[in-house]
Design a protein around this ligand. Structure first.
Ligand SMILES: NC(=O)c1ccc[n+]([C@@H]2O[C@H](COP(=O)([O-])OP(=O)(O)OC[C@H]3O[C@@H](n4cnc5c(N)ncnc54)[C@H](OP(=O)(O)O)[C@@H]3O)[C@@H](O)[C@H]2O)c1
Length: 250
């Protein structure tokens, strides 16, 4: 069931918080990093492309917002040891972690399952499911220390409901939702940690251009329109959102 949430945010909603964002160099991840910083958070910008991360870093610093950290990270290659080292690095440098936005996603192509390959499935599952699992697991001790921690996984409607030709990408997004729901059940004794999924809907982004070539891209909403929901989910105001699959209110 898809829920909607009322977004109660204040300018300092994320004051003092440390939030890790995957795929922070472009699209929704870049916009989320800026929005979180604008609400007071120190953001950790993760992604494969250092130059793009540096551009987001520069934009945040130039606006006088809390200085971010950059963490080059390829979710396809990272293993549990790298995630463990990452969590230790966050603890040593910042001393806390209040949220993770699992925004990054691999997308290859649309096409019938009969032409998909097992290798494509491996890639989609590594980046879209296994890496979010392993990163969250490595950070769990830090998240358990936070006053209220929020882990947000980003799915899509073409994963939430089966959609022809979305192949490994769609199947991996459904698995991500199941991961969040299973973990939420297991964390019932830790009410200070909440896990939720967001279904962003159609939003302008580089990946969207690739996945929906027939669409008039400029007619879609821009990423900043989602940010009230994203900031809300990272803030203490969303403490009662737990184990949900949320889409923005119309
Ligand atoms: N835009 C939409 O309409 C829409 C709709 C439904 C769901 N979503 C979801 O929203 C999220 C953001 O998508 P977007 O539209 O903003 O796409 P985007 O602009 O292409 O961003 C995707 C991000 O994923 C990162 N990424 C891909 N493979 C990676 C890897 N192996 N390791 C680390 N990072 C990797 C990319 O970083 P690099 O710089 O390293 O390439 C990029 O920053 C995704 O989870 C997507 O499925 C978007």
């Amino acid at each position: 069931m898809i829920a909607t949430a009322r977004y109660l945010t204040q300018p300092d909603s994320l004051d003092q918080r440390v939030i890790f964002i995957t795929g922070a160099g472009q699209g929704l991840g870049r916009q989320a990093a800026i929005a979180f910083a604008q609400h007071g958070a120190t953001v950790i910008l993760a992604g494969r492309k250092q130059k793009k991360l540096e551009a987001v870093y520069d934009e945040i610093v130039a606006s006088g917002l809390p200085e971010p950290l950059i963490f080059p990270l390829d979710l396809q290659k990272a293993d549990e040891e790298e995630f463990k080292a990452l969590a230790e690095g966050i603890y040593q440098q910042l001393g806390r972690l209040d949220g993770i936005l699992h925004n990054a996603a691999a997308f290859d192509r649309l096409g019938p399952l009969e032409i998909h390959t097992a290798k494509e499935f491996e890639l989609m599952f590594k980046v879209n499911v296994i890496a979010p699992f392993a990163l969250t697991k490595a950070c769990m001790p830090l998240l358990k220390m936070a006053p209220d921690a929020s882990v947000v996984f980003v799915s899509s409607t073409t994963g939430h409901e089966p959609a022809a030709y979305w192949g490994a990408h769609g199947v991996s997004k459904k698995a991500l939702e199941h991961l969040m729901q299973t973990w939420s059940l297991e964390l019932e004794q830790f009410p200070q940690i909440r896990l939720n999924v967001v279904l962003p809907g159609a939003i302008q982004s580089p990946q969207r251009k690739k996945s929906h070539p027939g669409e008039v891209h400029a007619d879609l909403p821009q990423a900043d329109q989602l940010m009230d929901l994203y900031v809300y989910l990272m803030s203490a105001a969303s403490k009662d959102q737990y184990g949900k699959i949320l889409s923005p209110e119309a």
